[in-house]
Write a protein that binds this ligand. Sequence first.
Ligand code: PRP
Ligand code: URA
Length: 209
Amino acid sequence: MSRVVVFDHPLIQHKLSIMRDKRTGAKEFRELLEEISMLMIYEVTRDLETEETIVETPITTCKCRKLAGRKLAVVPILRAGLGMVDGFLNLIPAAKVGHIGLYRDPKTLEPVEYYCKLPADSTEREILVVDPMLATGGSASAAIQFIKNRGCSHIRLVNLIAAPEGVKRIQEDHPDVDIYIAALDDHLNEHGYIVPGLGDAGDRLFGTK
Ligand code: PRP
Ligand code: URA
């Protein structure tokens, strides 16, 4: 069974409460999502392997630690996942970025794929699939399956807000994928929106409504 890690850090919760507010405009919404993403990636990467390295400081030589093991790839689910990429890259500039284009059919709520481009060496990387919203879980589950079909096996899912229905779906479909979130909300409404949620993340990020 995959782990669900909820980040209840006060800074994350404070910023998220401003994002949820319907009066928050696109500019501030984008900035807050980038800031929260930066705070989240700090915790998501807590268990990355390190190895010893010898460093000569201006004073002496000392043993330090540097990252070892698998390199990272960030894979946003288009569109809204794009809003989390810069926050991750600010802290892990060497990470590569893949893209998966999916939209949720408004009638069936089923995900429809329209684009997929992953780094050439993605099978050797730890893949962080990112999307602010995990609602039914259909989009994230499909994205993870596309990535697995391309031979990747080390995958984590990072969302801002999840509904219990989405968490359950990922745990059933992908028990090997840990889920990192800033909030576990109450339920989905009849249109598949997370309650209380923050509305349509893509529209709020890009001002399309
Ligand atoms: C939103 C969101 C997720 C998906 C979540 O994207 O960013 O990708 O819905 O819903 P699900 O868990 O029920 O699949 P949307 O389909 O609205 O596309 P957009 O990012 O292009 O706005
Ligand atoms: N997609 C969103 O952007 N928001 C939701 O609440 C559900 C799906």
